[in-house]
Design a protein around this ligand. Structure first.
Ligand code: 13P
Length: 246
């Protein structure tokens, strides 16, 4: 049995007061799944301190490709490890499209996160145009292969994948459970062709307008192991419902 994970990506939202309110609310969620939150960098330590004695894990939304040095404005993986982060999002579509992160950069970040002992949550997904052109899996395969070629399949024994179709992020459009399951199964098959055992135990989360009212249908699909939630993770009651659905 793979563990179910529900993760909240708060993106660049909230100020100190709302972040604290949200952390308190998340601390109170009683669910069987693992819960992870990804606050903005400046609030990471606050949230880690607030959730220290709870089962909730805290992750960072990004990290640098370098270990240390003259990289103004960057945050390194060793720093994240130092403050007790557990996860780091790697290759979120907003990083890819707005900040020019290529597959090669994403692979470097993935390696860096693992090197310091944190768990990368690798995001993959196609745009609407790519889906309409029938290229969904070719795109995702290329995103996966960039990491597989750099890090090797064994790296996926300590990683999480999030399938986030770009057209479903923040749009209110959700992949149907069948559409999502199809891609999740293909991702697992692709990894499984190299190492079946690793593929079987690899959590693959769905992200893209996950809400309280669609979470159950998505999470009951055989290859969907939970969700990476954006907008709805900022609403404590909705996020709790999503956690209960997993
Ligand atoms: P939404 O849930 O707002 O669509 O965001 C998904 C996402 O990007 C999570 O990383």
């Amino acid at each position: 049995m793979r563990k179910k994970i529900v993760a909240g990506n708060w993106k660049m939202n909230g100020l100190a007061e709302t972040v604290q309110e949200l952390s308190n609310a998340v601390a109170d969620i009683q669910a069987r799944c693992e819960i992870v939150v990804f606050p903005p960098f400046v609030y990471l330590l606050t949230v880690i301190d607030m959730l220290r004695n709870t089962p909730v894990r805290v992750g960072a939304q990004n990290c640098a490709t370098a270990l240390l040095g003259a990289y103004t404005g960057e945050v390194s993986a060793p720093m994240l490890k130092d403050i007790s982060c557990r996860y780091v999002l790697v290759g979120h579509s907003e990083r890819r499209s707005l900040y020019g992160e290529t597959d090669a950069i994403v692979a470097e970040k993935f390696m860096m996160v693992q090197q310091v002992g944190l768990t990368p949550m690798l995001c993959v997904g196609e745009t609407r145009a790519e889906r309409e052109a029938g290229k969904t899996f070719a795109v995702i395969q290329a995103q996966l292969d960039a990491v597989l070629q750099t890090a090797g399949v064994s790296a996926f024994a300590r990683a999480v994948i999030a399938y986030e179709p770009v057209w479903a992020i923040g749009t209110g459009l959700t992949a149907t459970p069948e559409q999502a399951q199809e891609v999740h199964a293909k991702i697992r098959e692709h990894i499984g062709a190299i190492d079946g055992k690793i593929a079987d135990s690899l959590p693959i989360l769905y992200g893209g307008s996950v809400k309280a009212d669609n979470a159950t249908a998505l999470f009951t699909m055989p290859d969907i192991d939970g969700g990476l939630v954006g907008g709805a993770s900022l609403d404590a009651a909705a996020f709790a419902k999503i956690c209960h659905a997993a």
